[in-house]
Design a protein around this ligand. Structure first.
Ligand code: ATP
Ligand code: MG
Length: 417
């Protein structure tokens, strides 16, 4: 894509009321637009990153037998009343609205209830289980605080998967598989070294759950990390009895600020019982389905990547989530030969399947380089009179700043997977 055609532009400053580093950088670089506190729109560059994260999650969910659906944002109170979660005391972040005739509606905060009710139309026998159903869907939560940029918003997409099993063992098998898939996802998006499976409280469903926490100064949680074992304990369950159960001692743990990027929960029969999701075993006896829920927020993940990996010049995207693989920058000084040569490289890269952003703008070198650093594509390729004379292209790594000269014949091999 040519940068001159991109409708967004970089900005020197972020909105005054924007306090989070992730949103400041993403707004300045033209990835997102702030609609209001806790509500952001995704622009062409931002949507590319977001979709790449979504696709990584989708691949890993499909690899474990996940089946994708889209449930609805508009929710009728009935299933929520049946489970006892329509009340604002049970869920304190509901956005509620009404039909013209006055009937109440809610905007989905999560989807255990509607999916459990839906599954009861299809599941009747042990032969129908296990099943794993997931979606990427907008959740609405009336969060009290929305000061963390895209890491905590009032409207956000969640990948939520729900598992449906016959018994505890079948449930656990999948739960552990999903925990592994989560670690793979966090590694692929570039947060592998900093993300820990974290023992946490189970809220209202079960005694404990597993969170996936990324160590980050901007995080709202406090965790105690065991680096060698690659696990952590959330402060909310940091007690002697829990540590003993996990075989951890306080001396081995370090306290860190962290962001909860994912969360997996045993649900037991908390929803299948009230919503009547049952199956018959091989002897014809009826049992409630054993469930689990598995969430990841792709936008929170995107914000966390920016928080953790950016530097004083701007964003540094890991390869797998970068909006483009290469940022081709021409420094022409108005020389038509350089323009033609840069165009030629652009076509060459495109023809060979390299996803490239081409800064073809008529602007000063300093401005182009500063924008390129702010936008954060991992590899910058510079074409100038100097590089043409030397018969190649200058290749700069965004993370390390390291510059290498690459002959034309070697350029494409740089982008082979
Ligand atoms: P938190 O404790 O941070 O409020 P939560 O425990 O309520 O989050 P879950 O219901 O477990 O969140 O949601 C699953 C995942 O969805 C979280 O791990 C996170 O990645 C993401 N998520 C939750 N709330 C938000 C939000 N307000 N904005 C963006 N992503 C969110
Ligand atoms: Mg959670």
């Amino acid at each position: 894509m040519k940068q001159s055609e991109l409708f967004t532009k970089t900005r020197k400053t972020a909105p005054k009321d924007e306090v989070a580093k992730n949103a400041q950088l993403l707004i300045r670089a033209g990835y997102i637009h702030k609609e209001m506190a806790g509500v952001y729109a995704y622009l062409p560059l931002g949507l590319r990153v977001f979709e790449k994260i979504v696709n990584i999650i989708r691949e890993e969910m499909n690899a474990n037998g996940g089946q994708e659906v889209t449930l609805t944002a508009l929710q009728s109170p009935s299933v929520w009343k049946t489970s006892g979660r329509w009340d604002d005391l049970a869920i304190d972040v509901w956005f509620k609205t009404a039909l013209k005739d006055g009937a109440e509606l809610g905007l989905g905060v999560t989807h255990e209830e509607p999916l459990t009710a839906l599954m009861s139309e299809y599941v009747s026998s042990y032969k129908d289980l296990p099943k794993y159903v997931y979606q990427f869907q907008t959740k609405f939560r009336n969060e009290l605080r929305a000061k963390s940029g895209i890491m905590r918003t009032r409207e956000f997409v969640m990948k939520d998967l729900y598992s449906f099993s016959t018994d505890e063992k079948q449930f656990r098998d999948f739960y552990e598989k999903c925990a592994k898939a989560y670690m793979k996802i966090f590694a692929r998006v570039g947060l592998g070294d900093k993300t820990f499976r974290t023992f946490a409280s189970g809220g209202s469903f079960s005694k404990f759950s597993d969170e996936f926490q990324t160590v980050c100064e901007a995080g709202e949680d406090t965790i105690y990390v065991h680096r060698a074992k690659k696990i952590a304990v959330n402060k909310e369950v940091y007690r002697d009895d829990v540590l003993k159960e996990l075989g951890l001692s306080k001396e081995e743990l370090t306290e860190e600020k962290a962001v909860e990027v994912g969360n997996i929960f045993p649900l037991g029969t908390r929803f299948s019982e009230p919503l009547n999701l049952k199956f018959k075993d091989d002897k014809g006896a009826e049992h409630p389905v054993v469930m689990g829920s598995y969430g990841i927020g792709p936008a929170r993940l995107m914000g966390t990547i920016v928080e953790v990996l950016s530097d004083d010049k701007g964003i540094v995207w890991p390869k797998e989530v970068s909006p483009f693989s290469a940022h081709l920058v021409s420094i022409t000084g108005g020389n038509p030969d350089v323009i033609a040569e840069a165009e030629r490289y652009y076509e060459l890269l495109k023809e060979n399947g390299v996803d490239v952003l081409y800064d073809d703008r008529d602007a000063r070198a300093g401005e182009k380089f500063a924008d390129s650093e702010l936008i954060g594509i991992p590899t910058r390729l510079v074409v100038s009179e100097k590089t043409i004379a030397a018969g190649g292209i200058e290749c700069i790594d965004r993370g390390s700043g390291k510059s290498t000269f690459v002959n034309e014949s070697d350029i494409l091999s740089q982008f082979k997977k």
